[in-house]
Design a binder for this molecule. Structure first.
Ligand code: M6R
Length: 607
């Protein structure tokens, strides 16, 4: 979603702001802008569309200020036009904002009555006028912020600069992340550590409700009650600083190919490979054996990882699992037995609905555990237990390596829970761990199937609709395949449990409809063959992802992508590779931007 950068520098900052914004491009945006203070006055340049448009404008209209803020906007209130782009400004203050101001209409009406004139359709402009109103009453910028923040309802991260103040920037966070970067005689603000990485490796994350006053000499942090507080200064991990595509055309392709490595790394974190045991890198702090229920909630791909995990928690640990998308769960008022476990899954750790679902669970006296990729994220920080996925920064909007790392972590947790609940003995644990240890190698082998996936993508690129079918843990993977295809190629795709075919979707089947069947030769394979026969009988065009034995056993005339042989339990991890490749190559063949699909944001910090 939107990205924020602020620099209190020693030389003109506009171009550095644009460079930093480039590192936030992956979050998704549709307009951008920067503002600086020049000779005491606010100057800004904004542009619709990509950052190259903003860079071009800045080339024709350079900004010279040494203090500035920049923003990439993902439109929520009002179209993605230049006029609605941030920074929003009055003569006294310029602001960039991530999130949503829920009470902006009331505030706008009130401020209009006091003579303020609004020129955009955005909620964010209200912040500039509210702060200006307080400045007009004779308050200092700091006092104006302290007076304005309690009046804003909703979720936000903010950065503001003030006319006449060339050594001042104020940031605030409620609900959306914001970090301070500490330099030598320079200070920075960023909605994401990635944006700050070129400037400094020393950062401080604001806690929820905090606001900060920055000068070149340092930062003064306040909590939500305006008390001055200290927050830890941390070193950025080197991995946060590396974001390039290597030899790949897109981040998505690079991230697909990184999977054998990052899955290996993640598994090494959770397994004692020498003794073939699961070894959780944290104390659970509750008794797994007496856990009444597990509730899983997440959004998008994280939800589908959770849905896969449900099969493992039920089968390995005999644990009753409730799972729902977070946007529904948070408002369902689901009664939860105290002492249960809430497990949320999120790559970014900032997804607004997932965070709200997790907070609801806490009110229901649940233990709260998260599977997250960003250790400093809000979800990680609010969890009792954080199970990290070590996927490294995922830049492509379509989740790939984060998804399979989530699966790997969920599989390890389910085995550990199974052992704690007495359903898994030593021998079974060793067998399952051996199967997991084999996964990175099998994924590497699956990578070699890319030419076949690309060939199949030609057929998909001509389709209007595509159906994905799977059973067991490959049912959530069918849903994930459909999600991946639609988000980056814009082809309509649906995922179904193969057994549901004849309960409705079979009506769609004809010779124009590709049906992707994910069916390794496992314990439900024969059932899926029956479904394939039903498709074939109606002229549907089947693309089958299976192993050599599976391809032979169907007896049908179809296109098959032959995957390596493997044991049953963790096929979803390995079959995710061709599923991702199919979507990726289809999008590329259709000339779509696989990394930054239209309308989508990487981190969805509004509900
Ligand atoms: O950061 P999160 O994992 O919480 O994000 C959840 C979804 O927004 C995300 O998985 C989304 O569905 C991806 N674009 C899927 O590729």
């Amino acid at each position: 979603m939107c990205g924020i950068v602020g620099i209190l520098g020693r030389e003109p900052v506009a171009l550095a702001l644009v460079e930093a914004l480039r590192r936030l491009e992956y979050r998704g945006y549709d307009s951008a802008g920067v503002a600086t203070i020049e000779s005491g006055a606010i100057e800004r340049v904004r542009a619709e569309g990509k950052l190259r448009n903003l860079a071009e404008r800045l080339h024709n209209h350079p900004l010279q200020g040494h203090v500035g803020i920049g923003h990439t906007r993902w439109a929520t209130h009002g179209k993605p036009t230049e006029n609605n782009a941030h920074p929003h400004a009055t003569a006294k203050v310029a602001v960039v904002h991530n999130g949503i101001i829920e009470n902006f209409r009331e505030l706008r009406d009130e401020l209009r009555q006091r003579g303020h004139v609004f020129v955009t359709e955005t909620d964010s402009e209200t912040i500039a006028h509210l702060v200006t109103d307080n400045l007009n009453n004779g308050l200092s910028p700091q006092e104006a912020m302290a007076a304005s923040l309690p009046r804003l309802h909703g979720a936000f991260a903010l950065a503001l600069i003030f006319a006449g103040h060339e050594d001042l920037m104020i940031g605030a966070r409620r609900g959306a992340p914001l970090a301070i970067g500490h330099g030598q005689g320079e200070m920075f603000l960023g909605s994401d550590a990635l944006a700050l990485a070129p400037f400094t490796d020393t950062i401080t994350y604001l806690e929820d409700g905090d606001w900060v006053v920055l000068t070149r000499a340092g930062a003064t942090l306040h909590d939500g009650t305006n008390r001055v507080v200290a927050r830890p200064v941390q070193k950025l991990l080197a991995s946060s600083q590396i974001i390039d595509k290597g030899n790949f055309r897109h981040f998505m392709a690079k991230e697909i190919h990184e999977q054998p490595e990052v899955i290996g790394r993640t598994l090494a974190h959770y397994l004692d490979m020498a003794h073939e045991r699961v070894r959780l890198p944290f104390e659970l702090g509750f008794d797994v054996a007496s856990l009444p229920r597990l509730t899983i909630s997440a959004c998008g791909t994280g939800y589908l990882a959770g849905l896969t995990g449900r099969y493992w928690f039920e089968r390995f640990a005999g644990l009753a699992v409730d799972i729902d998308v977070a946007s529904e769960f948070r408002y369902r008022e689901a009664p939860m037995t105290p002492g249960g476990l809430m497990l949320v899954v999120s790559q970014s750790g900032e997804t607004a609905d997932t965070l709200a679902a997790m907070r609801y669970a806490r009110t229901q006296r649940q233990h709260v555990m998260s599977v997250v990729n960003v250790p400093s994220s809000t979800i990680a920080r609010e969890s009792d237990i954080v199970a990290l996925t070590l996927a490294g920064p995922e830049i492509g909007v379509a989740s790939t390596k984060a998804f399979t790392c989530q699966l790997a972590v969920l599989a390890c947790l389910a085995i550990a829970f199974g052992r704690a609940r007495g359903l898994i003995d030593d021998e079974r644990e060793r067998q399952l761990v051996r199967e997991l240890i084999a996964v990175p190698g099998l994924m590497a082998e699956a990578m070699t199937r890319e030419p076949q996936a690309e060939q199949m993508a030609h057929m998909l690129s001509r389709a209007r609709d595509v159906l994905y079918l799977g059973r067991g843990t490959n049912y959530p993977l069918a849903l994930e395949g459909a999600l991946k295809l639609k988000e980056i190629s814009y082809i309509h795709a649906e995922g179904y449990a193969a057994g549901e075919l004849k309960h409705g979707p079979i009506a769609l089947i004809d010779e124009t409809m590709p049906v992707i069947v994910i069916a390794p030769r496992d314990h439900v394979f024969e059932k899926t063959v029956s479904n394939m026969q039903e498709v074939a009988a109606r002229g549907g065009r089947i693309l089958l992802l299976t192993d050599a034995a599976g391809a032979k056993a169907t007896g049908l005339d179809l296109k098959a992508l032959i995957m390596p042989d493997m044991a049953d339990e963790f096929t979803a991890l390995v079959y995710a590779v061709p599923v991702q490749m199919l979507a990726y190559h289809t999008a590329v063949l259709m000339g779509k931007d696989a990394d930054q699909p239209r309308n989508l944001a990487k981190s969805v910090t509004v509900e």
